[in-house]
Design a protein around this ligand. Structure first.
Ligand code: ZN
Length: 244
């Protein structure tokens, strides 16, 4: 993995701004792992992908993450922070996407773990449970009932849920839940942690700061954007302070 240069942060931000989050994640990974093709990145299991995104976040912006959660019962706002190490399954433990075999009751399944192309296929704003079932059925490569091949679409909900539990065990990083307890009313709840969200916040912040510096230096000295971005941060800081 490479540390992103200022140019790369700006280019990633510019490209990612208008992208669907699934593509945005791939844009970041394609920049950080230039030797890996976009197809290979897209076919990583979701947990593997998130593990790499955590890697990029830590190497470029540190491992501290913080946010605010709202109590679903009383509306109290809860500030939280954590270190990515606390929720990180090391990459070497990440599962390969498959295919894997699974027998549940009279059903035999051959399945693979969901990847970015599967996530992209979910229609945004659709029914969550239905979208999830559709996603899981996409990942069934072959289904048999008592030895007879059947269409994955006809698998009963119970079997789909059983497969989902198996997938979760094989790819634990795919869904990270944070536990909260409200100090005001005692309510307990879980919220999904999305590493992409926290990585993108940092990319945005650095891109905006860089553009702000380019703006100030270009105005003060008349230098081009390319020339300013070529400079080390230390030199830019010096000129900014000298020009202030
Ligand atoms: Zn509460």
């Amino acid at each position: 993995m490479r540390i992103l240069s200022d140019h790369e942060v700006l280019r990633t931000w510019e490209t990612g701004l208008t992208q669907h989050p699934v593509d945005r994640a791939l844009t970041i990974l394609a920049t950080a792992f230039p030797g890996t093709g976009r197809d290979s990145l897209a076919s990583m299991s979701v947990g593997q992908r998130d593990g790499y995104l955590m890697d990029v976040r830590e190497a470029n912006f540190g491992s501290g993450v913080s946010g605010v959660a709202e109590c679903p019962q009383c509306g109290e706002l809860l500030e939280w922070s954590l270190d990515l190490g606390e929720i990180w399954s090391p990459l070497e433990n990440a599962s390969e996407g498959g295919p894997n075999r699974l027998t549940l009751q009279e059903y035999e399944l051959l399945y693979r773990l969901p990847d970015s192309t599967d996530l992209a296929a979910i229609v945004p704003g659709g029914d969550v449970a239905r979208g999830r079932a559709a996603l899981l059925r996409r990942c069934v490569l072959e289904a048999r009932r008592e030895g007879v091949e059947i269409e994955p679409i006809s698998l009963p909900e119970e079997i789909i849920l059983g497969m989902a539990a198996e997938m979760e065990a094989r790819d634990p990083q795919a869904e990270t839940l944070l536990d909260f307890e409200c100090p005001e009313c005692g309510a307990r709840w879980q919220a999904l942690f999305d590493i992409l969200e926290f990585l993108w916040i940092e990319v945005q912040a650095r891109a905006r700061r860089l553009l702000g510096e380019v703006h100030d230096l270009a105005r003060a000295y008349g230098w081009s954007e390319a020339a300013i971005l070529e400079m080390s941060p230390v030199r830019r800081r010096f000129y900014l302070e000298a020009g202030a």
